[in-house]
Ligand binder design. Structure first.
Ligand SMILES: Nc1ncnc2c1ncn2[C@@H]1O[C@H](COP(=O)(O)OP(=O)(O)OP(=O)(O)O)[C@@H](O)[C@H]1O
Length: 683
């Protein structure tokens, strides 16, 4: 499955490398991080992370994809600051105004008792102090300041890292909410506390300050599980109303039994355990503090993820409520035949791209199922999947359904207007089913949306940009529709970027037993045995309705069967016809046709009518003449009329409503397949 793409925009390459490392420590290789110098397509980028707000200025970035990283401070560097005498005047130097003030604010929050002055490129004056503090912007430090403390590149804070994962749709359940390194930094500082008795007080205060700037709950215990430190965030997350003196010294296993994670001595970490405390969900990490091979205590750190989990669930629910989430995945596609496997293989490749797809196949072959699966394989899988069926969409409604309308456009219009399906599919996929049935008018509108990726509501003036992937499907021969002037050529080429052909069931009959066994469970509590002759008839059948027909046949058989066995008498109507027109009768018919003319003429007529039936079309004699000619069988309209009379007399075809067009009967279809199998005609 492809990874979401994060475009990381930083002031310089060192910051890029540092963030890259930090995000990778946190999420492993689940995010693909790219640099603005890389070649990329903005459509493929899921999120843009800026290291500071100033970098956004002037760039034309899609605002719904942008976040600005909140920055913490490299905890290791704090040791250098702690030793500075109180009220030391320091010049804080960074590469831009905003980030300089941001650093000062962060240092202030840490509670270091220093006096800060600012300096950044472009500022006229600066105070000549004894010490300059800079997060890696050493080149910007005025040359006359001797003592420069480089606190290094300020890393992203934990809340930004978590937000990043949520926005990129990464499953938070197994994310490393803390990198082990992050915890270790805190612990190293606490070790200082134990080591240097002379600094105990000072370090204690500084440690409190540090712990209180962290948004996550932290509880430190000694080797007997007595709580020796707890930060404000822990108090807030646990919703405690106890006094500090009642907490310090109490046993963690008595006060918060669920936070007292157990681990063996040779495994000094416990990472990312999801724990329910009251109505909250916490992700808890625990780590042992060692001093010269002896355990002297533990640090337990936790984060409240209730909101994140709820947010995620809410978004999912919203999408599901609208009925616009994809229901099927690749695992719902059954079949072992080489043809279906090939199709699935191509689909997997197509799924990973963001291009338009055109799915071609007869009725009931699984086009919609494949469309869902493609969406599910793509980067848009957490976005909406919006199906539109053009066959069932009255022209009068189509435009407002697809593009929405503004309030007051027509009587009965909803207040506040209505979003169209293209808008609802934003950041997801729109599935244009039966696209061959769209009117020429609609085709023009569709083409415009596909070219410009923006819609205008009916009665509106606002242009609304949309980011949607298009999957179209049809059971009709679009190429032919283009030739007949019923489908726009430009739209055809727009859609025909990645065609995916789904084979009909009769071309992969070896899948039938597997499909039957997989489907039967949905319809029957008992798993019946199927008589061999039933299975043979199912295998011989030509399945004009493909898998959908197979599903209804199974449903029928499981309803009418007696006990737990399916016999020939449980087969539905279409098989009874097949069985009465057995091969001898077919060969009898073939003989009769031979007496009345060339078999290949009849074959062309039947085949043309069969294909028309598949596409639910009625056709006239002219079409049949053209169809046969394409296959090098030359017939006049007059000849076609005569041959059709013969076919009608033999009940192989019948006249459609009001004498309009002719249609093939089931016996006609049966005969057609027998002809194909007999080798008497060239197919
Ligand atoms: N390979 C398959 N494995 C399991 N189920 C399948 C498979 N192919 C199709 N189906 C099932 O068959 C039914 C018909 O499939 P679907 O609606 O996707 O076909 P379609 O080609 O879109 O049909 P139409 O052209 O009539 O809209 C669905 O219930 C679908 O889940």
């Amino acid at each position: 499955m492809s990874r979401p793409i994060l475009l990381l925009i930083t002031q310089d390459d060192r910051t890029f490398t540092a963030f890259h490392k930090q995000i990778t420590n946190f999420y492993g290789d689940r995010i693909s991080i790219i640099h603005k110098r890389d070649k990329y397509n903005m459509e493929d980028v899921k999120l843009i992370l800026f290291s500071s707000k100033e970098l956004m200025a002037g760039g034309n970035y899609p605002s719904d994809k942008v976040i600005v990283g909140r920055r913490a401070i490299n905890l290791n560097s704090i040791e250098q600051l702690v030793v500075l005498p109180k009220k030391t005047e320091c010049l804080i130097v960074n590469n831009a105004k905003e980030s300089t003030y941001d650093t000062i604010e962060y240092l202030n929050n840490l509670g270091l008792d220093l006096t800060y002055h600012s300096y950044y490129p472009g500022k006229k004056d600066y105070k000549k102090t004894a010490v300059a503090i800079t997060p890696q912007a050493i080149d910007n430090v005025p040359k006359d300041i001797e003592n420069v403390i480089n606190i290094g590149i300020r890393p992203l804070d934990i809340s930004t890292l978590v937000e990043l994962g949520t926005l990129l749709g990464i499953d938070m359940q197994d994310t490393h909410f803390y990198s082990a390194k992050y915890i270790k930094e805190i612990i190293d500082l606490s070790r200082e506390l134990f080591d240097s008795l002379s600094h105990v007080n000072l370090l204690n205060q500084e440690l409190d300050a540090i712990l209180n700037t962290v948004h996550d709950g932290i509880i430190a215990t000694d080797d007997r599980k007595n709580i020796i430190k707890m930060n404000n965030a822990a108090n807030r997350i646990l919703g405690l109303s106890m006094k500090e003196e009642d907490i310090i010294g109490a046993k963690i296993n008595k006060l918060f039994p669920k936070l007292d994670l157990q681990f063996s001595d040779n495994e000094p970490y416990h990472e990312n355990k999801l724990v329910n405390v009251h109505d909250k969900k916490l992700v808890v990490n625990k780590m042992t503090i060692m001093k010269e091979d002896t355990k002297i205590g533990d640090v337990t750190a936790f984060q409240d993820v209730t909101r994140i989990l709820h947010l995620e669930q809410d978004i999912r629910k919203q999408i599901q409520r609208k009925g616009f989430s994809s229901r099927y995945t690749i695992s719902d596609i059954f079949g072992n035949s080489p043809k279906i496997k090939d199709t699935i293989r191509v689909m997997e490749k197509i799924g990973k791209t963001d291009r338009s797809v055109l799915i071609l196949g007869e009725n009931g072959t699984g086009k919609e199922l494949f469309a869902h699966s493609i969406h599910h394989l793509s980067n848009r899988k957490n976005g909406p999947f919006v199906p539109v069926n053009f066959a069932g969409l009255p022209e009068s409604l189509a435009e407002s359904e697809l593009f929405g309308y503004e309030e007051g456009t027509f009587t009965g219009a909803t207040k506040g207007g209505k979003q169209g399906l293209f808008e609802l599919a934003h950041n997801g996929t729109i599935f244009l089913d039966e696209i061959g049935d769209a009117s020429l008018n609609l085709q023009i509108l569709l083409l415009r949306v596909l070219q410009e990726m923006q819609v205008m509501r009916v009665g509106g003036r606002r242009i609304i940009p949309v980011n949607v992937r298009v999957i179209a499907a049809t059971n009709r021969d679009l190429k032919q529709l283009v030739q007949e002037g019923k489908f726009r050529e430009d739209l055809y080429y727009r859609l025909f970027v990645l065609p995916l052909r789904i084979p009909p069931l009769r071309e992969r009959k070896e899948d039938i037993p597997l499909l039957i066994h997989s489907f039967i469970k949905d319809y029957s509590a008992v798993i019946p045995s199927i008589d061999d002759d039933v299975m043979q008839l199912l295998l011989d059948y030509h399945w004009p309705g493909n898998i959908r027909e197979l599903l209804s046949v199974i449903q029928y058989m499981t309803i009418v069967m007696d006990g737990d066995r399916i016999t020939v008498s449980d087969l539905p109507e279409q098989f009874k016809e097949t069985r009465t027109s057995t091969t001898p009768i077919s060969s009898d018919l073939i003989e009769k046709l031979k007496l009345e003319g060339e078999l290949s003429d009849y074959y062309q007529i039947l085949k043309c009518l069969f294909e028309a039936k598949q596409q639910s079309k009625t056709i006239g004699r002219g079409k049949i003449v053209a169809y046969a000619a394409k296959n090098h069988v030359h017939l006049s309209e007059q000849q076609v009329r005569k041959r059709m009379e013969v076919l009608k007399d033999l009940d192989l075809i019948y006249s459609g409503n009001k004498g309009k067009g002719s249609k093939i009967t089931d016996s006609g279809i049966e005969l057609l397949h027998n002809l194909e199998n007999s080798g008497e005609v060239s197919t």
